[in-house]
Write a protein that binds this ligand. Sequence first.
Ligand code: HDD
Length: 702
Amino acid sequence: MAKQASKAAGTAATIHDQKLQRGEGGELHQTASGSAEVLTTAQGGPVSDDQNSLRIGARGPTVLEDFHFREKIFHFDHERIPERVVHARGYGAHGYFETYESLAKYTRADIFQRAGEKTPAFVRFSTVAGNKGSADLARDVRGFAVKLYTQEGNWDIVGNNMPVFFIQDAIKFPDLIHAAKAEPNSDFPQAQTAHDNFWDFISLTPESMHMIMWAMSDRAIPRSLRFMEGFGVHTFRLLNAKDESTFVKFLWKPKLGLQSVAWNEAVKINGADPDFHRRDLWDAIHAGNFPEWELQLQLFDQAFADSFDFDILDPTKIIPEEVLPPIAVGRLVLDRMPDNFFAETEQVAFMTQNVPPGVDFSNDPLLQGRNFSYLDTQIKRLGSTNFTHIPINAPKCPFHTFQQDGHMAMRNPVGRANYQPNSWNEGPRESPQKGFRSFAEAEAGPKARLRSESFADHYSQARQFYISQHPVEQGHIASALTFELSKVQTPVIRERIVSHLLNIDDALARKVADALGLKAMPKPADAAVPTRTDLAASDKLSILKNGPGRFEGRKLGMLVTDGTDAALLNALKQGMTKAGAKFEIIAPKVGGAKASDGSWIDAQQMIAGAPSVLYDAIALLPAKPAMAELLKESTARDFVADAFAHCKFIGFVEAATPLLDKAGIVEDEAVIALASAKDVAGFIASLGDLRFWAREPKVKLG
Ligand code: HDD
C-alpha cells in the first residue's frame, strides 16, 4: 500500500491549489506562466491520478469502472481521420493578401475593390502522391492551395506549382491517382512515380506529355516551398458589376525567386531531413522572414481566346507569359504558423467551387469535375457536412444560412424561422445584387461523351517547354526520365515513353533511349495532329534563366573546429545577415568549439548530423591542429564531396585543403579561398548564382 501511495504523490502535489481558467469557448487551458492547471476529463471532471489505471490491488486486473482511463484511451483510438486521398502530406501557414489597386474594371469581387485592402489567408503546400508521413523531397508536383477569407466568403485558389495537369477530363482523375500512388498489391513504392503502373498509364495517355515535361523537370524537386511558383491552372472568369466577363489565369510569383535542388541531393535530403520543406517554412516564419508571393493575372477576352493557338479550356496548355504578359494585382505574405497542425493544416478544407461573386468558372472539363469532387471529399474526410464549423474553414465575414443540425453542429440557429420565405419576418433573404451570379453563357450541343478536337495537340507545348529550358535543365529532364524509366520493369513501357518523346524532341528521345540501353529506337507514337515546331521558346518557363541573383533567404553551412579564425567567422556571419541569408554552424561536437581568440562558438549541428545537402553553400573554416581528427570523419569528407557534386559554392581556409583533397575536389572558380575577412564580400557576392552549374559535366550525377 505504501508503494501505491507514493506513486500518486508526485501528481497530487502538482494539482494542489491550481486555478482553472476558461477560454471563450468554455474550454480549460493552461496559463501563460506554464503552471499546470488541474487535469480534467473531457466532461470537465478533475482527475486525481493520470499515471495509474484503477485496479484491484497493485498487481490485479484493471476495472471497467475507470471512466477516466476509458475516455482517454477511446479518444486516442479515434485520433486519426482519413488522410487526403491525394496531397496527404502538407504544411500550412497563415498570412494575408494585400490588394495593390482596384480591379473594379474587371471584377466586382470585393477583395479587388480597394488598394491596400488586406484579406486574411491560409495556404497549404503539399506533395501529391505520398502518404502523410512521406518525405518532403519526393519528385512530385507540389500543391499550392490558397484560402482567402474575403468579405464575401471564402475564396479558394486550389493550385499547383505547375501550370498544367496530366489529364483533360476529371473522369480520368481516379485512374491517374491510382496509377501514381503505391501499387495496390504491394503497397510500394511510396511517394514515387518511378514504377510500372504510373508509366504504363502515362504511356497510354498522350495528353499527359506536357505535364510530364514539367514533372520530370527541376520544378518537381523545389529547394523550398518559399521558392516555388503557384498556378491556378484553369482558365477562370472575372465578372464586373455589369456582368461583363474577362478570362483570367492566376499565377503566384515568389519574391525570393525560384530554386530547385539536384535529384541526387533530393534523395539524400529525404534521408537526412524528411521534413526539410516544412522545417524551412517553420524556421523562416519564426525568424520573421515572411515568405511572399505576388499574385499576377493573365487577363484576356474572347477574341484572344479565339485567336490563341490552343484551347483556353484545355488544362494541359499554358498561355506563355511572353504571349500574354501577366499583371501584378497584389501580394500574399505568410507571417504566422498554425498553433495546432491538426486543427488547422490537417482540417483545412479547400474547394475549387469556393469563389466570391465576381469570379466565375470556365467550362474546363477538369475544373467542372473538381467542383464536384472537393465538397464530397471534405465530407468524407472531416466526417460531417458541418466541416465549415471548424474555425479554419469558417468564413471570417458575416454569414447566415438555414442549414441546421447534423453531426457535431457547433453553430445552431436561434429563433423560429429555419426556412424562407416565412411570415415571421425573420432570417436572411437572398440578394440578387450582392449575391453570386454565373456568367450567362449560351450553351448548346449534343448530350454526349465528347472531347473537343481543339484538345488534340498533346506534343507542341511539351516541346515548347523543353526547348525553353536552359541546357542544364534539359539535361536534368533527360536524367529524370532515365531514372524513372530505369525503375520500370516492363521494357515495352520504356519504349512507349521514348516513342512519345520522339514527338517532343528528337535529341531528348535519343538521349533517354541511349541512357536506358534501348536496343532499337521505336517509331514515334501516333499523334492526332503533327507537333508544331514553330512555337517560340518561352524563357519564363526556365528556373535557371530567371535566377534571383542573390543569396537572400538561403542558408550557408559553416564547418568550424577549435581554433577557427574568429575574425573570418564573424565577417561571414555579418555578411550573411546583411544578405538576408541564414547560416548554421557545424562543429565536430554539437556543443560547439573554441575560436582562435578564445571565444566560444555555439554550434547548431554536429558534422555527422548535418550533411551539406541541408545547405545552399558551405564554408570550411577548420584550424590546422583540428584537421587530423576531422579527416578521420567520413561525414566530413561527404560534406565536402556532396557540396561539390551538387555544384555548390565552397569557401575554404587553407587548413581545409587536406579535406578538399580527401573529397577528391578539383578546384574551380566556385571553390573559393577565404584567406581573411577581406575575402568575404567577394565570396558572398558569388553565392548569388546559387549553383555553379558549369561544374556539372565533371561531376555527372546520372
Ligand atoms: Fe485536386 C486535393 C490541386 C485536379 C480532387 N488538389 C488537392 C489539393 C491541391 C489540389 C493543391 C490539396 C488541397 C489541400 O492542401 O488540402 N487538383 C489540384 C490541381 C488540379 C487537381 C491543381 C488540376 C488542375 N483534384 C483534381 C481533380 C480532382 C481532384 C481532377 C477530381 C476530380 N484534389 C481532389 C480531391 C482532394 C484534392 C480528392 C484530396 C483532398 C482534398 O481534395 O481536399 O478532392
